[in-house]
Design a protein around this ligand. Structure first.
Ligand code: ASP
Ligand code: MG
Length: 440
């Protein structure tokens, strides 16, 4: 069995809903994991934000706007009176529920319950729409099987046991629909796998049922070897290993949720990135096999802050690193890149929420400098220790750009370079030219 995941734009309008049918109705048994319609989760997050800040009338106003938008979609999508009425009623049920949360007493988990509506509605609409067309499908609620443990990690035992039970209800249906993104937490409350988490849902499900393949459908034919928003003549990467894909997803290729590779890698389940606009295109296939190209792809991640700690007392001393890392641990802030010299250490973080406190604590260890608006450029390729040369083409390409940090040797498949965000586009273009256009 395959798992197909469709993102928000694939169900973003009545036309896109209709276009989905031939893609999933091919007579083969599959699980279809859906996101909320494009824009919905953002709107729901905003509604719960307004509610959280006490602006009940603002929250209710936005809810009303979203409700009307859905009624318009439903009126366009359905042709029969029966299914149209059912879909309008379903829409009202969900929005009435949000309104009741808004007018009710503040309670723990309200925000998560609001945010979950997007996927609950999109999946129900697809189920109704297929029913109207006479195509049998089964809707299985993700909240009946998708669960994370106390660390927020998928609880695979629980998931596969409960998913199996849900799937035992399948009769002649070939299309099994479920929600991406939403889950239950360790307390059994409605929760989610964080923004963009539907990809993660799809690979968790794929791992839980040992799927033949997980297909992530978007609007672009797979992962590109550079960012097509800034660079011309990018190419689709046809084959990629799990590790390479994970690095690319983590370092900015927006097409895939960074955590989503893990479940697939764990159970060795191929992940294919497909394009709803060009379904015949094979897209990108991610498997356990490494491509072993010198250079496979380049990605960039913005919004990085670098922190440099300098201390002469570090010379020949031990225990400094531990003290530095403890500060980040105390403020629950992950470190991405790191380079050291004998008397200084530079590192980067993505989440600057505790920057001030971190800097204050680090000041007792040494002098601290910080730089905001930094970008990590990640070059994915073959950097195994026996590679001959130190990838000179990368540094030739970046000749005209101030390079702030280089991380080489930490990973067999990637090199990371820190630059000012202002230099990003120049860097991406120069790397594309040097690594992929001229023969490296
Ligand atoms: N709807 C959720 C979001 O917008 C999950 C997803 O689309 O993957 O983050
Ligand atoms: Mg996504």
């Amino acid at each position: 069995m395959k798992v197909y995941k469709f993102g928000g734009t694939s169900v973003g309008s009545p036309e896109r809903f209709r276009a989905l049918i031939p893609l999933i109705n091919d007579g083969r048994l599959k699980i279809v994991v859906l996101s909320a319609m494009a824009g919905t989760t953002n709107a729901l997050v905003e509604i719960s934000g307004l509610l959280g800040s006490g602006d009940k009338s603002g929250a209710e106003r936005m809810t009303g706007q979203l409700r009307s938008k859905y009624h318009a979609v439903v009126s366009d999508l359905f042709t029969s009176e029966e299914w149209s009425k059912r879909a309008h009623d379903l829409t009202d049920e969900h929005f009435d529920f949000i309104s009741s949360l808004i007018s009710g007493e503040p309670a723990r988990g309200t925000d998560k319950m609001i945010v979950a509506r997007g996927e609950l509605i999109s999946t129900a609409l697809l189920h109704f729409f297929l029913s109207e067309k006479g195509i049998p499908s089964l809707l299985i609620p993700a909240l009946n099987f998708m669960r994370v443990d106390k660390d927020g990690e998928p609880d695979y035992f629980y998931i596969s046991e409960n998913l199996k039970r849900e799937l035992s209800a399948v009769r002649d249906e070939k299309i099994i629909i479920t929600q991406g993104f939403i889950c239950r937490n360790v307390f059994g409350e409605t929760d989610n796998l964080r923004r963009g988490g539907s990809d993660y849902s799809a690979t968790i499900i794929g791992a839980a049922i040992a799927a033949e393949e997980v297909q992530i459908w978007t609007d672009i034919s797979g992962l590109h070897n550079n960012d097509p928003r800034y660079v011309e003549n990018t190419r689709v990467i046809r084959n990629l290993s799990f590790s390479e894909a994970a690095e690319l997803a983590f370092f900015g290729a927006k097409i895939l949720h960074p955590s989503s590779i893990n479940p697939a890698r764990m159970k060795n389940i191929p992940v294919r990135l497909k394009n709803t606009m060009e379904p015949a295109d094979d897209g990108t296939l991610i498997t356990s096999e490494t491509t072993l190209e010198d250079y496979t792809a380049v990605a960039a991640k913005d919004g990085i802050t670098s922190i440099r700690i300098h201390s002469d007392r570090m010379l020949m001393a031990y225990g400094f690193m531990r003290r530095i890392f403890e500060v980040f641990e105390a403020f629950r802030t992950p470190i991405d890149m790191i380079t050291t010299s004998e008397v200084s250490l530079s590192l980067t973080i993505e989440d600057p929420a505790h920057l001030e406190d971190i800097v204050k604590s680090l000041s007792s260890i040494g002098q601290v400098e910080t730089d905001r608006n930094q970008t990590i450029i990640c070059v994915v390729g073959d950097f195994r220790p026996d590679r001959v040369g130190s990838a000179p083409e990368i540094f030739e390409a970046l000749n005209e750009i101030p390079v702030k940090m280089i991380s080489y040797g930490g990973s067999d498949h990637s090199v990371s370079i820190l630059i000012n965000t202002a230099d990003k586009i120049t860097a991406l273009r120069a790397l594309n030219e040097r690594l992929f256009t001229q023969k490296a």
